[in-house]
Design a protein around this ligand. Sequence first.
Ligand SMILES: [Zn+2]
Length: 494
Amino acid sequence: MRCVCVCVVVLVALGVRVNSFKFKELMDYVDKHQEEYVQTLRDWVSIESDSSDVTKRAELQRMMGVVEEKLRMMKGNVDVMDVGTQRLADGSIIPLPKVVTAEFGDDVNKHTVCVYGHVDIQPARREDGWATDPYNLTEIKGNLYGRGASDNKGPVLAWIHAVEAYKALDIELPVNVKFLIEGMEETGSNGLDALVEAQKDKFFSDVDYIIISDCIWKSTRPALTYGTRGNCYFSAQVEGPKQDLHSGVDGGAVIEPMTDLIGILDTLISASGQILIPGVADAVTNFTEEERKLYEQVGFNLETYKSTIGVDRLMYDNKVDLLAHLWRFPTVSIHGIEGAFSSPGTKTVIPAKVTAKFSIRQVPNMEPAVVEKQVTDHLHAVFERRKSPNKLKVNMIIGAKPWIADPKHALYEAGKRAVKRVFHVEPEMIREGGTIPIARTFQDVTEKYIIMLPIGGFDDGLHSQNEKISRYNYIEGTKLFITYLQEVSLIKEN
Ligand SMILES: [Zn+2]
């Protein structure tokens, strides 16, 4: 008898859960409306909301207006927040695009999630090598090509459609949902840090969890992202003669700034990838056996990766070490030299002043302020040894910290359940080699727990030509978000 009773109780408990979440109804709704979803994405992609180009600012403002209108039509509690102004290189001041927020539901008995996304884009021109018009979403073999399709308009719309599906079917949202959509992400989220700070006890006060879907899978399998690297970006300037010289006349007479600069840059990283700046790698956390196991499960294929980027040999010849160096070890990248002769031809100029740009990706527990001192001290020490009459100036321009979450946190467990339900596979637990600075800001300022829940494919080509999102990822991603809201509602403790 007792066993029967227990079984009944369990069944009732399960029954309540299954019945209250109208999974099939919601999934069917998404399937039935997918053409509309694609059309809305087409409308959004047609707006050239390039945040890096001020001549496109009106388009960006229009894009924010479209987002606002869409959320208002869904009867959300919508607000537009001013994030101030931006000073341009010519000294003029223009307003930044306003941040759009919306609130769906304010039931104190439910969890509240905040979905962050952005609707500005990287520049794109057909001449850059696009096979289709980047602002006319074009479907080819199940892929929807267009700038912003994957980064980040598609995922933002998938979130909006997820909420819209609940509302259209008159199904109560399992959690309260807030949106925070910005328009300056691609140029560094100008004004957003201050807004998050100012809204800490207002907009964010009742938020339990923050969700970011501004990243991609690592293979064809769905993934949950639990870390991103930070970035310290430096400039190193060597200044010599008062003016540019010519090697035919002056060559051999001076210690050339470029020679000094190349000399000191060569002391940053070895050919085998070892960082040579004393102390920089000391703070890096140990690579644990547990992490190694997670990395082994990632379906990342070295051969595919090699052929995609077009190289014969990588720095590491096995998957685990390669992923570790992409995700959880720092690296130095040299990006460019300002003032160097870079045009075609054979000019024999000796530049008088050259500025190198390089960056060091940050991982737990590196601290940008500490790295800044280590790099500055190191470069000055090696420069000193050159006994050059030239002058060296080192500056850290960006100091973004890394972000890391516990992949076993309830928010991730909810993600695993949602992925399993929609895609019928276990998600891969991955990290990002790149930097999403806002994640760390959210964590530090709001002290809320964060998850990155990507729906973009590993080959979406964010920031490059022929960016796309597949129809499959876009539509099934919408279903994932619908299901994720339900799974989050089942989290017991905050
Ligand atoms: Zn993005």
